[in-house]
Design a protein around this ligand. Sequence first.
Ligand code: GAP
Length: 456
Amino acid sequence: MTVQNTQDVSMEDIVSLAKRRGFVYQGSDIYGGMAGLYDFGPYGTELLNNIKKSWWKANVQLKPNYVGLDSAMFKHPKVWEASGHVGGFSDPLAECKKCNTRIRVDKELGAVGVTADEKMSEEELNSLFDANRDKIKCPKCGAKDFGPVKAFNLLVKSNLGDFTGDDAEPVYLPGEACQGIYLNFKNIVDSVRVKVPFGVAQINKAFRNEISPRNFLFRTREFEQADTQFFVKPNENKLAYEQIKKDRWNWYLSLGIKEQNLRWKQHDNLVFYAKDAWDIEYNYPDLGFDEVEGIHDRTDYDLSQHSKFSGIDLSYTDPVTNEKYIPWVLETSMGLGRAFLAVMCDAYTVEELPDGGTRTVLKLNPEIAPIKYAVFPLLKNKPELVAKAKEVYNLLSQKYMCEFDDNGNIGKRYRRQDEIGTPNCVVIDFDTLKDDTVTVRDRDTTNQIRQKVSDL
Ligand code: GAP
C-alpha cells in the first residue's frame, strides 16, 4: 500500500522526518527546547529558500507592476498604535483557578459550537463565557472553575533604545510583516516609477506571544510572512481581488501541492482591519483544513491610520487626472512556516517495495527540492571512481545544489536521498571511466537510465 494522503500520516511522522533528516529542529534544543520556536536545518534552509525564490518570482519577477521591499523589523512605537495592534491585537484568555492553566476562550467556545465574534468587548465575551461555563473544562486538570476573561495582547515587547529602564514607549517586535510596506508607500511612490495600481512584496519576520503554540510549524511565536500589498483606487478593488485570489491559488499548485488538499474559506468573523477576507486552507495531518494564507481587502484603513498618526499625508495623486485619494489595499499574507509544512506533508509518501519493505520518499517538486543531484561513486574504495565522481559533482554543483555521498551501500544512499526528496541520483561506475556515461536514478519511479555526463 502507498501512503500519500495527508490524513493517513500523523504530524509526528513529519516532525520525526524533519528532525532526523536535518529539515527542522526544535529551537534551543540542547537547553530543553522553547515552545513555539524552531530552527531550520541544512535541508530545511534550502527548501525554505527555494519556496521563497518561487514566491518572489511569481510575485515580483513575473509581475511588472510589483516591486520588492525589505524593511527594518523594529519600527516606531506609534506604528503599532496606528495599526490597531496595541489596542486590538489580543487573544481572550481565562485562567483555571485550580491549576493556573490559561485557555483561549474563543477557541474553547468554538470547540463546543459557540462563536465568539472578533469584535466583542471584554464585557460581552465574559457574558458569553459565563453562559457556557458548564461546557468548558480545563484541558490540564479537568476543572470547570475559571477566572474572568481578559484580553491578552499578542505583541512582543523589546527594550530597544530604552536607556532609562522606565519602559515608557516600548518598541515592539513586528506583529505582522505588512506594516513596513505601508510605512514606505510614500518613499516608493516618490523614488520608483510606480503608478496605482501597483503592488509591493516583502518577506519579513513576525512575532506573536501565542498562548498555545502547537502543531509544529503551524502555530509558532516567531515566523516569517511573505506578503504582498496591492494599492488600488478606491472602489476599484473587486476585479483585482478576484485576480489576486486566483494567482495565489495557482501558485500553490505550481509548487506541486495537490489541489484536493487545498480549499477556500471566507471569514464571517472579520479582523479589525478587513472588509473582506478569504483564507487558503491546507489539509494538514492531525489538524485537517486550516489556514496557510490570508487574502484581505483592507480598504484605506492602513494608509489612513498612518496618515493620521504620523501627520504625513499618504494620499496619492493620479499623474494623469490629478485625482487625489488614499489608495485601498489588497493584501496577501502567507506564513512561510505553514507553506513549508504544507509542502512537506504533501510530498511525504510511504511506498511498499516488492521485497515487502517500505521506502519513505519526499516527492517534492524538483524546483524546490533541497538537493537536485546526489552523486555517488559505485565503490568507495576505488580511487579512480571516487575521483571521477568528484569531477562530476564539481561540474554539476556549478549549476545546482548537489551532494556527494560515498557512505554505505548504494541502496542506503538511495533511501537517504529519497527521504530528503532528491530527484536524481547519479552513479559513477567503471563504464563511466570508459565512455563518460552515468546511471541516473529517478526518485519517484526508481527507474534508472544511462546518460552522458554532458547531457545531465
Ligand atoms: N498582515 C495580515 C496578517 O498578519 P494573519 O492572518 O494574522 O494576517 C497571515 O497572518 C499568515 O501568517 C497566516 O495565514 C499564517 O499563515 C501566518 N501566521 C499567523 N500566525 C502564525 C503563527 N502563530 N505561526 C505561524 N504562522 C502564522
